[in-house]
Design a binder for this molecule. Sequence first.
Ligand code: ATP
Length: 471
Amino acid sequence: MAAQSNQSKANQSKPDKSKPDKSKSDKMEKIVSLCRRRGFIFQSSEIYGGIGGFWDYGPLGTELKRNIKDAWWQDMVRNPPAGPNGKAFQMVGLDCSIIMNPKVWEASGHVGGFSDPMVDCKACKGRFRADQTADTACPKKPSKMVGEHKECDLTDPREFNLMFKTHIGALEGSSSVAYLRPETAQGIFANFKNVIDSSRVKLPLGIAQIGKSFRNEINPRNFTFRSREFEQYEIEFFCHPSEADEWYTFWRDVRHAWYVGLGLRSDMLVLREHEGKELAHYAKGCADVEYDFPFGMAELEGIANRTDYDLKAHIEKSGKDLSYFDDQRKERFVPYVIEPSGGVDRSLLAFITEAYTVDENRASPEFMKFHPRLAPIKAAIFPLVAKDGMPDIAEPIYNELRKHYACQYDAKQSIGKRYARMDEAGTPFCFTIDGQSKEDGTVTVRNRDDASQDRIDKSRCLEYLRDQLQL
Ligand code: ATP
């Protein structure tokens, strides 16, 4: 999303504003605690007291994040859905540098205007986003929101630029200033001509990129939802201006359906069209996919018809011709761009929130009902005890399954505890090798979702997993 929109949007009622009710904030606390306990997400630099707005992904979180990015790449880039009315289009990938020539950010408007309104409190010396004081906790006790204590003394709002600045080379000076990218999109615009000239691709064309972005958010909050370092998956989809409305609708619906297909319940997801003032001045259409988090409805992804705004800005600043010649139409034009721009960390948080399930009737009440494609571990293999020949049966099964799927072998603790650990990791199936396995060659398969158990021949484990996961 370009700079200008951030500023204007800052004055709108933001969706992650609604105050959480108690049961929802309890749920959020339980999710955060499970994430830490089970190694999904840790606070960055925790041994030094952490650092606000930065997070690390643990072993399970790393697999989950990789699965989300792989699913996106597979479903959007390698094998996207058919275009509107069967229209053909191409998709290619890009992997740009995080630090680019600062002129890129001047052209995009980020240097001049990528800012949020900020207020200082003269009493507590805190700094807050001016449009979020009503739902930001004041550091003073008893707990109230910013501005609600008698002593709170807020300044007038002023603009705070969210770009992270750094310096290139050994000499620090105005000529060495550079920025960590606040979005991946601009790298795509800057390379548009390179891709067209090098790849024998034609419009309509999507260029996709997954990568880290950085924003010096005034108040990072809601766990990983608003971080200072995060990952984005973005597509810039270039098309003829006359087809832009159709492609906008297409991508808006495709992106919404993608989240539903991976397990976000459609009644928890909203596709919200921007209207009136919320629409950036250059955009012809914009919709947000929002998820009903315990802390309120909040954006996972924005899909916008950005017109020819970005390419024209770069044409003007760079002096390079970024227009496109369509040899079928026999026409040269500056393409319109449809941009589906999502956050990997935000969608990961939504998938975790959705997966988090409590069933007090189970031996292990908390479990993570991930979609099979996203589950960090697809199967666990347990010898009931680490003796009596059971590991000799279990290990070959593990060695076969791990060639195809992320699997875990665990021979320690009681079987109940091992099931509980796998439930918390969201592992769809556990194979247990017990005394009977030695006699008749069968193993137990336990299903995460209903804790039901099946007995199958040990030679069928891979086939069973394939059938059940459909992967
Ligand atoms: P917001 O209004 O919540 O600040 P935005 O509209 O500025 O978000 P975009 O610039 O459109 O966000 O960025 C595209 C996507 O990148 C967002 O939909 C979101 O998923 C992700 N994103 C943006 N800022 C952050 C952040 N601070 N932390 C995590 N993800 C982010």
